[in-house]
Structure formats: C-alpha cells, structure tokens
Design a protein around this ligand. Sequence first.
Ligand SMILES: *[C@@H]1O[C@H](CO)[C@@H](O)[C@H](O)[C@H]1NC(C)=O
Ligand SMILES: [Cu+2]
Length: 120
Amino acid sequence: MLLCAAAVLLASAPGAEAGTTYLVGDAAGWTRNVDYGQWVAGKTFHAGDVLVFKYNTTYHDVAWVSKGGYRHCIVSPKGRAPVYRTGYSEVRLPIAGTHYFICGAPGHCDAGMKLAVKVY
Ligand SMILES: *[C@@H]1O[C@H](CO)[C@@H](O)[C@H](O)[C@H]1NC(C)=O
Ligand SMILES: [Cu+2]
C-alpha cells in the first residue's frame, strides 16, 4: 500500500519526466577553440534538459546572459546574470526559448566561447 502510494507520487511529481543531460562541448568541455554552434547543431533541447559545463576555473567561467549579452559579449543583465565558477556547472534549461551562455573572461566570448541553445 505504501509502495503503491509512493509510486503514484513519483509518477505525478512535477519534473518527474527525466530530462536529457548534455556535456557541453563533449570531451573538449567548455573552453576556447570549440565551435559551440557546431556542437548544438542537430540537437533538440527541451525544457528540463540539463547542460553540464566542465571548465578550468583558472581561465573560464559560465555566464547565463541575455540575447544582447550574447551578441555583444558582455555579462548582461549586469549584476543579475547568473555566473558559475565551480568548474562543473549543471544548468537546467527551465523553459522554452533561446538561452544564452558566454565565458566572462576577457576576449573569450569574442573568440567564440559562446553558446546559444534553442529550447522547445
Ligand atoms: C587548470 O589550468 C592550470 C594552469 O594551466 C593547471 O595547472 C591546472 O591543472 C588546470 N586544472 C584542471 C582541473 O585541469
Ligand atoms: Cu573562457
């Protein structure tokens, strides 16, 4: 009886549907000299999927920025964009729409260390 109730709870819990986890850049991770436009090509992301950024904190971070921040390579909105610095950052894509990530280290985004993910 208890098991039964637990099973029902699990099945009906919001977010019980497992999302897919993606290692950004695959083996290369989150670093310079990776074409993240090519990495996203052919992948279909859904709300609830998780992006894992693996990077060396000596050089890199991950900033979840606005569209303008992505285009102009600035951490924007200033002071409100989440910035991750742990070296292993799991980011759950919350809702449909395009989500933008850049490295905040000077020059890295301009050199292509930026990622736009369209979420369905
Ligand atoms: C990060 O880079 C530094 C400097 O090149 C290096 O000493 C360190 O081992 C690297 N850390 C990781 C986790 O790769
Ligand atoms: Cu960087």
